[in-house]
Design a protein around this ligand. Sequence first.
Ligand SMILES: NC(=O)c1ccc[n+]([C@@H]2O[C@H](COP(=O)([O-])OP(=O)(O)OC[C@H]3O[C@@H](n4cnc5c(N)ncnc54)[C@H](OP(=O)(O)O)[C@@H]3O)[C@@H](O)[C@H]2O)c1
Length: 379
Amino acid sequence: MFSATDHAMMARAIQLGELGRGIATPNPHVGCVITKQGRIIGEGFTQAGGRPHAEAMALSACTESPEGATIYSTLEPCAPHEKSRGPACADLLIEAKVARVVSALHDPFEGVDGKGHERLRDANIQLDIGLMAPQVGEQLKAFLARVSRKRPWITLKVAATMDGKTALLNGQSKWITSAESRRDVHLLRSKVCAVMTGIGTALADDPALTVRDVPCNRQPLRILLDGRLDVRDDMQLLRGGNSLIVTATGNEARAAELMTRGVDVMRIPTEAVKGKTDLVAMMHALAQYHRGLNHIMVETGAKLNASLLSAGVVDEIIFYVAPSILGDAARGLFALPELTDLKDKVELKFSDVRMVGPDLRITATVNNSAGEASCLPAS
Ligand SMILES: NC(=O)c1ccc[n+]([C@@H]2O[C@H](COP(=O)([O-])OP(=O)(O)OC[C@H]3O[C@@H](n4cnc5c(N)ncnc54)[C@H](OP(=O)(O)O)[C@@H]3O)[C@@H](O)[C@H]2O)c1
């Protein structure tokens, strides 16, 4: 059904979509190409804040009339819905009298959910769905996770030695990995909606969790998980706003004090058994925070790493591995309870391996993520 030209044009649309990563949020970073007789006449990608959409931008960028053209869009063009902040892309394409629409994926967002495709079909436009769906599913996995599972995509980032150690027993940890790896982390931060840490790390390291030393159009939200509101007034996370503290305590006076400093405070109930913040409930709340958080990168210590894994809310882990060994007495990455049966191990699947300066960067997906069906299309 799809030609080599179709593949090349969709590959270009995917490339364009990347330009909107990190800025289109909470909308998906969609790419679009408009062609006539195999020539590109217009290109677009979802703009900052999610509007204009890729298709609208590509139509307005056309160098000649789009009548009779073929449109390649990485996601189903939107249909009108109550949360629309502009004209629906399906209607714009119908008005422009395009002849054929090729889209990679169905958009599960409730306002669209097949209605964009249906509108195009009803207007007798040739519709071909599914081209390069696995690639686009990977590119838009965080948006798809939030919309279909009602939880953000969670990436855990850890830095360790070859023997999985993060610090000496006496706490010395600066620096395990190289300057190149630390810069790479800033690049990752620039592409996510939010960066999260736990109060243990905040008290030990006082991180700013901002993007520095790399190009960045907007800073990600900073999230601190602080069950008892132990955050200190002089911490970097409280400077410059754009921070959210998630807590389990009902200490309204302290919460109000923090809010006068421009920090938002979200209260999440504690898990009945362990008296800790309910991490699953927290993720569902974060999926709806403001206009929605698609992708959160967690940079925290062994305790919260373990709790997030045990709660089944981690989708992938990025390991920066330094070519060094600290020995068994040093501190580890995941403070999980002792396992007595190997079948209880956390299973991972490597998805990417590369060198960053002298270090290795390994990305692995977690197999048991909240026991819910994958939001990605089958490859
Ligand atoms: N190498 C690396 O990749 C890396 C990255 C970051 C940090 N670190 C190091 O990690 C060390 C700190 O680690 P840490 O394990 O002490 O602290 P942590 O994991 O950063 O934070 C743990 C704290 O988070 C709070 N929390 C709230 N809800 C929780 C829940 N449901 N489950 C678990 N914790 C919850 C708990 O305090 P409350 O009970 O008060 O809420 C808990 O003490 C630092 O030395 C830092 O340098 C290493």
